[in-house]
Design a protein around this ligand. Structure first.
Ligand code: AMP
Length: 501
């Protein structure tokens, strides 16, 4: 038996002298990366990690951190990256839940995490942004080559905790097949080749930066410009060397805000990909007007990897996430019964395929609730498919507003508000209301401070049914977003909970 993920994704180019990673400090070839991976893999095994053991990691992005992921997989372990924003109290829950054999944190977190690691019997190591720390010191005492530990397609490769906007965060179990198959599908769909150089400015604790971007470029033997975080001016400096970029929508709005972002500045780029949060149709249009290139929007989630994408060759339609990827079965279903709905009707996205995770870590009931009897995963994303087959996401099921017993999809109202002159963006939420159960409330960020609530009301008056029109319009300087650019509607709902009481 081989190591299904490592041998499929990392091994084909392992010995190549070609540059795999460009950083601000220099270049790392595939062979350098493999040598680093092998040292770390030897260390993990010497520390007592057995196949199937978890390696939990909260550390700043670096080449060594990326190699720790490859090493964990190669040594047969299960990689468990944690958002760098989590506090020690939050880590207490994740570590207690996942019971890793090894924990890696930054030097400054060591003291707070040490008692937790001791309680669960895990070895603790440190890794800082500059790659210093006990992980490096110990790994350098080991020599390669390291023979990959055999793992099958159904074995666990990673656990990623979902952002958990309601209730406890759940650990999504991803197997070797989930990750490798998705990288192979994306290579073909988006035409990635060894000539590609991806501008990588995403975090690597999330599916987007870790799997979508990194697995794909490793698989094809391309290169990545591997930078710690996003900044539009840094993106512009590197762009002449890159061929592609993957970003969350804010990457693109910030580029558009930058005067230096011109048609010439992006001339070397063959493909811009967006996902993880909805890209405004307006951003898509402005981007195309500025560069002559249409952003390719795709949709996926931690549990399902990538599921839909706009086409590479055909029309990349603003405001849509395109079609189901090859090998992904998608239906837009009645939320109650799971029965497929006709095109044009809003329902819940359900999917089945090699991309879909195995279930939630030690939560058999949650797992059972999340799958239909025929194996389809209930995503919680509401969407509609048009007559041409393009899918548009209209929001999360829990963001659906029920006002006076009638369903209001926030996206529809937001789309109309965003079209009003003087509006930069908006979020529409449901707020408890004595008469209506929930009342529609719009929170707006203005691009023109003179814009009045009455102007927005007047613009919606003859466009939207009365029950969909906001009962209150509030202005704010910025919408609350998480690190992947998703608007935090739960936070907004909490902030305005008492508006009508
Ligand atoms: P995560 O598990 O953090 O990757 O979040 C997945 C969620 O992000 C999905 O369930 C969607 O609600 C949302 N999402 C991802 N891509 C898109 C997109 N292109 N448009 C709208 N929502 C998206």
């Amino acid at each position: 038996m081989t190591n299904y993920l490592y041998d499929g994704v990392f091994a084909p180019h392992a010995d190549s002298r070609k540059t795999f990673l460009y950083t601000a400090d220099g270049e790392i070839s595939f062979a350098d990366f493999t040598a680093l991976t092998d040292r770390i893999a030897s260390l993990l095994v010497a520390t007592g990690m057995a196949p199937g053991d978890r390696v939990a990691v909260q550390a700043d992005k670096s080449v060594m951190l990326f190699a720790l992921y490859a090493a964990t997989v190669k040594a047969g372990g299960v990689y468990l990256p944690l958002n760098t924003g989590y506090t020690a109290a939050e880590l207490d829950y994740f570590l207690g839940d996942a019971k890793p054999r090894i924990v890696v944190v930054s030097g400054k977190a060591e003291a707070a995490i040490a008692p937790i690691a001791e309680r669960i019997g895990a070895a603790l190591m440190t890794l800082d942004a500059d790659e210093s720390g006990s992980l490096r010191d110990a790994a350098m005492a080991h020599e390669g080559p390291f023979a990959a530990v055999p793992r099958g397609s159904e074995d666990l490769a990673a656990i990623l905790y979902t952002s958990g906007t309601t209730g406890r965060s759940k650990g999504a179990k991803l197997c070797h097949r989930n990750l490798r198959s998705n990288a192979e599908v994306l290579r073909d769909y988006w035409r990635f080749t060894p000539d590609d150089v991806l501008l990588h400015m995403l975090p690597i604790y999330h599916t987007h930066g870790l799997f979508v971007a990194s697995n794909l470029l490793a698989l094809v033997g391309g290169s990545m410009i591997f930078l710690p975080k996003y900044a539009a001016d840094v993106a512009l400096e590197w762009m002449p060397k890159a061929t592609t970029m993957m970003g969350v929508p804010t990457f693109y709005t910030r580029l558009l805000d930058h005067d230096g972002f011109t048609r010439e500045a992006s001339a070397h780029m063959r493909l811009f990909i967006s996902g993880s949060a909805p890209l405004l149709a307006e951003t898509h249009r402005q981007f195309e007007a500025r560069t002559g290139k249409a952003i390719l929007e795709r949709y996926g989630m931690t549990e399902t990897n990538m599921s839909t994408s706009n086409p590479f060759d055909g029309d990349r339609r603003a405001g849509t996430v395109g079609f189901a990827l090859p090998g992904v079965d998608i239906r837009i279903a009645d939320p109650q019964t799971g029965a497929p709905l006709p095109d044009g009707e809003i329902g819940i996205i359900e999917q089945r395929g090699d991309n879909v995770f195995l279930g939630y870590w030690e939560m058999p009931e949650k797992t059972a609730e999340s799958f239909r009897d025929d194996g389809f995963f209930i995503t919680g994303d509401m969407a509609v498919r048009d007559a041409d087959g393009y899918i548009s996401i209209v929001g999360r099921d829990k963001d659906l507003i029920i006002s006076g017993g009638l369903n209001v999809y926030p996206k529809e109202v937001e789309g109309m508000i965003d079209a009003v002159e003087g509006v930069l963006e908006s979020a529409v939420i449901g707020v408890p209301h004595r008469d209506f159960g929930e009342a529609v409330v719009a929170v707006i960020v203005r691009s023109d401070d003179a814009l009045a609530a009455e102007t927005v009301e007047a613009a919606l008056a003859d466009q939207l049914a009365k029950f969909k029109q906001p009962k209150a319009i509030l202005f704010t300087d910025a919408l609350p977003r998480n690190s992947m650019g998703k608007v935090q509607k739960a936070e907004l709902r909490k902030a305005h909970d008492g508006l009508f009481s």
